[in-house]
Every structure is written in structure tokens, then in C-alpha cells.
Design a protein around this ligand. Structure first.
Ligand SMILES: Nc1nc2c(ncn2[C@@H]2O[C@H](COP(=O)(O)OP(=O)(O)O)[C@@H](O)[C@H]2O)c(=O)[nH]1
Ligand SMILES: Nc1ncnc2c1ncn2[C@@H]1O[C@H](COP(=O)(O)OP(=O)(O)O)[C@@H](O)[C@H]1O
Length: 219
């Protein structure tokens, strides 16, 4: 006799993606969000002005400093940090909601955000992935090719790249985004493996115990 399978109430996984600017986080995230219905993007708030084509509430919530600071003061941020002279932060409400619904959440945050999420109560089991560019020269080429930032902004981002990369060892996985398809396949593989770990459901464990002779049947 097989027992009724219990509904597993599982919480969503938190997936942290960090890299120096231009290594390919947004490109990989966009692709993942189209292909993977189980994961939602954590839309950050920022005081950085929108780039051409960016939409408020989709890439970021674009806010002025007083409003951003109000959100921090009122405890609405899971984490926040100053990056390249602008403030960035993760509103906590949508993360709580997704997690409780069993949906995974993807964060595109810098190393400071990664640390704060991992150190938070809800982020203890977060999966963290650091994306490296194949080389410094290629990173600079990509920032120019993206053609979305002024030259002085690109210089500032290149100046910060080494510092960001010095935090690579704090992450569970390190990927090199050389060939995009290869890196994307590796990212998908990480999520697949981590979900298999999380979903080791009690009924699977029970089957294993029966087949191995440890117990006779599931009651
Ligand atoms: N700590 C923190 N960093 C963030 C957040 N949102 C974005 N960032 C980081 O801020 C940096 C700059 O982001 P952005 O201006 O969009 O530039 P891009 O990453 O080069 O496209 C990147 O390292 C992002 O990962 C956030 O909510 N918190
Ligand atoms: N594997 C890759 N090979 C070549 N160009 C890439 C690759 N991955 C991303 N790019 C390009 O590099 C630029 C920066 O990528 P982006 O995703 O915006 O980086 P980030 O979000 O980390 O700042 C974009 O123009 C993107 O199309």
C-alpha cells in the first residue's frame, strides 16, 4: 500500500548573481527569466537614472535619494548598498511573497548585497553565483559595446571591477562567461541540481528505504 503523497510546502530558493559590471549578469538573467517559469526577478530600487529602454518597475524602481532613504529607514529593504556613486537596494516585500509561494527569486546585486543577503535570516541557504569575464580586456570591450554608459561611467566601472572580483571566493559557484550559451547552460545546470537537493521529498526517501530493505512498507 502506498501512502497518500503529502503536499510539500516548500519555500523558494534565493539565487544571488554578482559580477563586475559588463560581465553579463543582465543578459544571463533575462534569458533565464524567459525560459524558467519557477523563478522571479527581484526588482531593485536605485537612485541611478534610467538607461534608454529601461522601464520603471521592470529593470528597477527608479527613486530619488529621499524616497530611497525613507524605504531604508522604514525597514522596507532586505539589503542596500552604494555602488558606483548610486544607491541600490532590494525591497523585501516581493521577496517574502515569492518565497512563501514556493517561487525562486533571482537577485542581481553587487558583492555587498550578496553578503547582506547571505547574512540575513531568509538568505542563510541562498545559492550564490559569481560571473567572471574571460579577461579584463574583454570586460572593457563589452562595456563599450553595450553603448549605454558615458565614457567616464565606464571608466568608473572598470576601476571598481577588480574590487568586485576580489570577492569571488565568497560565492558557492564561479562561472566564466566566455561563450554565452555555455555559461547559460551551466547556470541552468546549477539551478537543476540545487532544486533536486531541495526537493528530496519524503516520499522519495520512503521509496528508497523500502527498496533498500530498511523498512517493509509505507504506512
Ligand atoms: N547591493 C545591491 N546591488 C545592486 C542592486 N541592484 C543592482 N545592484 C548592482 O549594482 C551594480 C550596477 O548595476 P547597474 O547600474 O544596473 O549596471 P550593470 O550591472 O552594469 O548593468 C551591479 O553590480 C548590480 O549587480 C541591489 O538591489 N543591491
Ligand atoms: N558571453 C558573451 N559574449 C559576448 N558578449 C556578451 C556576453 N555576455 C554578455 N555580453 C554582452 O556584454 C554586454 C554587457 O552585458 P550585461 O549583461 O549588460 O552585463 P552586466 O549586467 O553584468 O553589467 C552586453 O552588451 C551583452 O550583450
Amino acid at each position: 500500500m502506498t501512502a497518500e503523497r503529502p503536499e510539500i510546502s516548500r519555500r523558494g530558493m534565493l539565487v544571488i548573481l554578482s559580477s563586475p559590471s559588463g560581465a553579463g549578469k543582465s543578459t544571463l538573467s533575462r534569458r533565464l527569466l524567459v525560459d524558467d517559469p519557477q523563478i522571479s526577478f527581484s526588482v531593485s530600487a536605485t537612485t541611478r537614472p534610467p538607461r534608454e529602454g529601461e522601464v520603471d518597475g521592470r529593470e528597477y524602481f527608479f527613486r530619488d535619494r529621499p524616497e530611497f532613504e525613507r524605504m531604508v529607514d522604514e525597514g522596507e529593504m532586505l539589503e542596500h548598498a552604494e555602488v558606483f556613486g548610486n544607491l541600490y537596494g532590494t525591497p523585501i516585500g516581493p521577496v517574502r511573497k515569492s518565497c512563501a509561494q514556493g517561487r525562486d527569486v533571482l537577485f542581481d546585486v553587487d558583492w555587498q548585497g550578496g553578503q547582506q543577503i547571505r547574512n540575513s535570516e531568509m538568505g542563510r541557504d541562498a545559492i550564490s553565483i559569481f560571473i567572471l569575464p574571460p579577461s579584463i580586456e574583454e570586460l572593457e570591450r563589452r562595456l563599450h559595446a553595450r553603448a549605454q554608459d558615458a565614457t567616464d561611467v565606464i571608466e568608473r566601472r572598470m576601476g571598481e571591477a577588480r574590487r568586485e572580483m576580489s570577492h569571488w571566493a565568497e560565492y558557492r559557484y564561479i562561472l566564466i562567461n566566455d561563450d554565452l550559451d555555455t555559461c547559460y547552460a551551466e547556470l541552468r545546470a546549477i539551478l537543476t541540481a540545487e532544486r533536486l537537493r531541495r526537493d528530496r521529498r519524503p516520499d522519495i526517501a520512503a521509496r528508497a528505504r523500502i527498496m533498500s530493505g530498511e523498512i517493509k512498507e509505507i504506512i
